[in-house]
Design a protein around this ligand. Sequence first.
Ligand code: 13P
Length: 251
Amino acid sequence: MDNRRPLIAGNWKMFKTCSEAVETAEHLVKLVSACADVDIMIAPPFTALAQVSEVVKGTCISLGAQNLFWETEGAYTGEISPAMLVSSGCRYVIIGHSERRQYFGETDESVNRKIRSAVSSGLVPVVCVGESEKQRELKETFSVLDKQVKKGLDNFSPGDLNTLVMAYEPIWAIGTGKTASAEQAQEVHEYLRAMIEKKFGNSLAKSMRILYGGSVKPDNIAELMSMADVDGALVGGASLDPLTFSKIVQF
Ligand code: 13P
């Protein structure tokens, strides 16, 4: 087994006001204070980042954002720059989540630009890929991932990507309670790692963390984590409750 430190990440999506986010984070800090073997990240909505950052400062929990825009500044109403995230205490940023691809026009090309801007600002990109139910039925899973990875990571050197975290989130498993089986996740993670090896070499492939996301719960995390190429989880619904999320962290 290679030296990949597990990462358990919580994507809070469009949930929690500032006070709710602070309360959740405070509770979580107490519950996971003893977790030395795993990296923990929570991604509250933009509006709560600065306040939650104060709560998690100096703890084992890192802060992430759910999106960013690639320009440094300018007349881009409603957008958030990498420097703004850094100044709000973020270390990670989720890029290319399927909900952003589905509802907000995110493409592999925009994902690519966002990864570049994240990396050059020192943020750790958590890049989401995954197929729909229909694509899986049509046996297009691997070709869909091929395209997402190829275009999303086009024109990077291995050195650009040495912090990058990949997240395999099959769309049919997100928020549906239908988790991919540990074997299904392993099959795809192995495929993704082989793609990274082919494109960027063995060293990056061995060190890159690949998370699984889609209906991760306290009762399925251990089996998922027992797979050789599953290095952590990107958790949606089950990350909103601190006790439930802390059980996933302590898989
Ligand atoms: P759920 O855990 O709610 O299925 O969401 C997964 C997800 O989209 C995390 O980014």
